[in-house]
Write a protein that binds this ligand. Structure first.
Ligand code: ZN
Length: 200
Protein backbone atom coordinates (compact mmCIF):
# COMPACT_ATOMS: atom_id res chain seq x y z
CA UNK A 1 0.00 0.00 0.00
CA UNK A 2 1.03 3.62 -0.31
CA UNK A 3 2.25 5.96 2.44
CA UNK A 4 3.50 9.55 2.31
CA UNK A 5 6.80 9.47 4.18
CA UNK A 6 9.25 12.08 5.43
CA UNK A 7 12.86 11.04 4.81
CA UNK A 8 14.33 14.27 6.24
CA UNK A 9 16.01 17.24 4.52
CA UNK A 10 12.61 18.25 3.07
CA UNK A 11 12.40 14.94 1.22
CA UNK A 12 8.77 13.83 1.17
CA UNK A 13 7.82 10.84 -0.97
CA UNK A 14 4.90 8.51 -1.66
CA UNK A 15 6.38 5.11 -0.83
CA UNK A 16 5.22 1.50 -0.95
CA UNK A 17 4.98 0.03 2.56
CA UNK A 18 3.61 -3.22 4.00
CA UNK A 19 -0.09 -3.31 4.81
CA UNK A 20 -0.77 -3.63 8.55
CA UNK A 21 -1.35 -7.03 10.19
CA UNK A 22 -4.78 -7.72 11.75
CA UNK A 23 -5.51 -5.23 14.57
CA UNK A 24 -4.40 -6.00 18.14
CA UNK A 25 -6.98 -6.79 20.83
CA UNK A 26 -7.58 -3.12 21.75
CA UNK A 27 -7.08 -1.74 18.26
CA UNK A 28 -9.16 -1.08 15.20
CA UNK A 29 -8.00 -1.11 11.61
CA UNK A 30 -9.02 1.95 9.63
CA UNK A 31 -9.02 2.86 5.97
CA UNK A 32 -7.89 6.50 5.90
CA UNK A 33 -10.60 8.67 4.31
CA UNK A 34 -9.06 12.15 4.35
CA UNK A 35 -5.99 13.82 5.83
CA UNK A 36 -5.96 17.48 6.88
CA UNK A 37 -2.92 19.74 6.65
CA UNK A 38 -1.70 21.80 9.61
CA UNK A 39 1.26 23.86 10.68
CA UNK A 40 2.65 20.86 12.51
CA UNK A 41 3.05 19.16 9.11
CA UNK A 42 5.07 22.10 7.88
CA UNK A 43 7.19 22.08 11.05
CA UNK A 44 7.87 18.38 10.54
CA UNK A 45 8.77 18.87 6.91
CA UNK A 46 11.15 21.72 7.81
CA UNK A 47 12.89 19.49 10.32
CA UNK A 48 11.75 20.74 13.70
CA UNK A 49 12.43 18.22 16.49
CA UNK A 50 14.33 15.83 14.26
CA UNK A 51 16.48 14.86 17.23
CA UNK A 52 13.46 13.47 19.06
CA UNK A 53 12.29 11.08 16.35
CA UNK A 54 13.53 8.47 13.97
CA UNK A 55 13.16 9.04 10.22
CA UNK A 56 11.67 8.15 7.91
CA UNK A 57 8.16 8.47 9.32
CA UNK A 58 4.73 8.49 7.71
CA UNK A 59 3.32 12.03 7.93
CA UNK A 60 -0.24 13.20 8.67
CA UNK A 61 -1.32 14.41 12.11
CA UNK A 62 -5.06 14.90 11.51
CA UNK A 63 -7.40 12.59 9.61
CA UNK A 64 -10.65 10.70 9.36
CA UNK A 65 -10.98 6.98 8.82
CA UNK A 66 -13.48 4.21 8.24
CA UNK A 67 -13.28 1.13 10.44
CA UNK A 68 -12.54 -2.00 8.40
CA UNK A 69 -11.66 -4.42 11.25
CA UNK A 70 -11.90 -4.48 15.06
CA UNK A 71 -9.78 -6.20 17.71
CA UNK A 72 -11.39 -8.74 19.99
CA UNK A 73 -11.67 -6.44 23.05
CA UNK A 74 -13.36 -3.66 21.08
CA UNK A 75 -17.08 -3.70 21.91
CA UNK A 76 -18.31 -0.15 21.26
CA UNK A 77 -17.18 0.33 17.66
CA UNK A 78 -18.12 -1.50 14.49
CA UNK A 79 -17.00 -1.99 10.92
CA UNK A 80 -18.19 0.78 8.59
CA UNK A 81 -18.16 3.58 11.18
CA UNK A 82 -16.57 6.87 10.12
CA UNK A 83 -14.67 8.90 12.67
CA UNK A 84 -11.80 11.21 13.50
CA UNK A 85 -8.42 9.91 14.63
CA UNK A 86 -7.10 11.62 17.78
CA UNK A 87 -3.67 13.00 16.94
CA UNK A 88 -1.64 12.13 20.04
CA UNK A 89 -0.87 8.61 21.22
CA UNK A 90 -1.83 9.21 24.84
CA UNK A 91 -1.52 6.51 27.50
CA UNK A 92 -5.16 6.13 28.53
CA UNK A 93 -4.21 5.23 32.11
CA UNK A 94 -2.78 8.36 33.81
CA UNK A 95 -5.08 10.61 35.86
CA UNK A 96 -5.71 13.24 33.14
CA UNK A 97 -6.42 10.52 30.54
CA UNK A 98 -8.87 8.74 32.85
CA UNK A 99 -10.61 12.09 33.38
CA UNK A 100 -10.94 12.53 29.61
CA UNK A 101 -8.30 15.26 29.50
CA UNK A 102 -5.92 13.45 27.16
CA UNK A 103 -4.29 16.75 26.18
CA UNK A 104 -2.69 16.73 29.64
CA UNK A 105 -1.48 13.10 29.39
CA UNK A 106 1.59 12.50 31.56
CA UNK A 107 2.95 9.65 29.41
CA UNK A 108 2.15 10.68 25.85
CA UNK A 109 3.93 8.52 23.31
CA UNK A 110 4.24 11.14 20.59
CA UNK A 111 2.09 12.91 18.03
CA UNK A 112 1.04 10.86 15.03
CA UNK A 113 2.75 12.06 11.86
CA UNK A 114 5.32 14.07 13.81
CA UNK A 115 7.04 11.76 16.31
CA UNK A 116 5.50 8.45 15.23
CA UNK A 117 4.00 7.14 11.99
CA UNK A 118 0.92 9.17 11.07
CA UNK A 119 -2.21 9.01 8.97
CA UNK A 120 -1.06 9.70 5.38
CA UNK A 121 -1.29 6.04 4.40
CA UNK A 122 -4.01 3.87 2.93
CA UNK A 123 -4.80 1.99 6.14
CA UNK A 124 -3.41 1.50 9.64
CA UNK A 125 -4.04 -0.07 13.03
CA UNK A 126 -5.08 2.46 15.64
CA UNK A 127 -5.93 2.39 19.39
CA UNK A 128 -9.71 2.00 19.55
CA UNK A 129 -10.05 4.46 22.44
CA UNK A 130 -8.53 7.25 20.30
CA UNK A 131 -11.17 6.89 17.58
CA UNK A 132 -13.89 9.56 17.79
CA UNK A 133 -17.04 8.39 15.93
CA UNK A 134 -18.56 11.02 13.65
CA UNK A 135 -22.25 11.87 13.86
CA UNK A 136 -24.36 10.03 11.27
CA UNK A 137 -24.09 11.60 7.83
CA UNK A 138 -21.03 13.76 8.49
CA UNK A 139 -18.79 14.05 5.44
CA UNK A 140 -15.47 12.24 6.11
CA UNK A 141 -13.61 15.25 4.70
CA UNK A 142 -15.26 17.47 7.31
CA UNK A 143 -14.53 14.90 10.03
CA UNK A 144 -10.84 15.01 9.11
CA UNK A 145 -10.38 18.56 10.42
CA UNK A 146 -11.97 18.07 13.84
CA UNK A 147 -9.15 16.72 16.08
CA UNK A 148 -6.60 19.53 15.67
CA UNK A 149 -8.42 22.46 14.10
CA UNK A 150 -11.76 22.29 15.88
CA UNK A 151 -10.24 20.58 18.94
CA UNK A 152 -7.82 23.47 19.41
CA UNK A 153 -10.63 26.00 19.15
CA UNK A 154 -12.93 24.04 21.44
CA UNK A 155 -10.17 24.01 24.07
CA UNK A 156 -9.40 27.72 23.64
CA UNK A 157 -12.96 29.04 23.58
CA UNK A 158 -14.76 26.75 25.98
CA UNK A 159 -12.23 25.09 28.31
CA UNK A 160 -9.98 28.14 28.74
CA UNK A 161 -12.04 31.25 27.96
CA UNK A 162 -15.36 29.75 29.17
CA UNK A 163 -17.18 31.48 26.30
CA UNK A 164 -20.92 31.78 26.98
CA UNK A 165 -23.90 32.34 24.63
CA UNK A 166 -24.55 36.05 24.07
CA UNK A 167 -20.98 37.15 24.75
CA UNK A 168 -18.86 39.01 22.19
CA UNK A 169 -15.57 37.64 20.93
CA UNK A 170 -12.67 39.04 18.89
CA UNK A 171 -11.09 36.49 16.54
CA UNK A 172 -7.78 37.59 15.04
CA UNK A 173 -6.80 36.10 11.65
CA UNK A 174 -10.39 35.24 10.80
CA UNK A 175 -9.38 33.75 7.45
CA UNK A 176 -7.11 31.09 8.96
CA UNK A 177 -8.08 27.51 9.73
CA UNK A 178 -8.27 28.18 13.46
CA UNK A 179 -9.96 31.54 12.82
CA UNK A 180 -12.73 30.12 10.61
CA UNK A 181 -13.35 27.34 13.12
CA UNK A 182 -13.49 29.86 15.99
CA UNK A 183 -16.02 32.01 14.11
CA UNK A 184 -18.23 29.00 13.39
CA UNK A 185 -18.18 27.63 16.95
CA UNK A 186 -18.74 31.04 18.56
CA UNK A 187 -21.66 31.80 16.23
CA UNK A 188 -23.09 28.32 16.82
CA UNK A 189 -23.69 29.13 20.49
CA UNK A 190 -25.05 32.61 19.77
CA UNK A 191 -22.05 34.91 20.28
CA UNK A 192 -21.33 38.15 18.44
CA UNK A 193 -18.08 37.75 16.52
CA UNK A 194 -15.64 40.52 15.58
CA UNK A 195 -12.67 39.59 13.47
CA UNK A 196 -9.50 40.93 11.90
CA UNK A 197 -8.03 39.82 8.57
CA UNK A 198 -5.00 40.88 6.52
CA UNK A 199 -6.87 42.31 3.53
CA UNK A 200 -10.33 42.94 2.06
ZN1 ZN B 1 -2.21 9.57 29.83
Amino acid sequence: MRALRNFGERDLRITEVDAPPPPGDDEIQVKICAVALNHIDVWGWRGMAFAKRKLPITVGAEASGEIIAVGKNVKDLEIGQIGALYGANTCGTCKPCVEGRDNFCENVNGVFGFHIDGFAQEMMNFPARLFVPAPEGLDPVAAACTPITFGTVEHMLFDNAKLQPGESILVHAGGSGIGTAAIQLAKAIGCTVYTTVGND
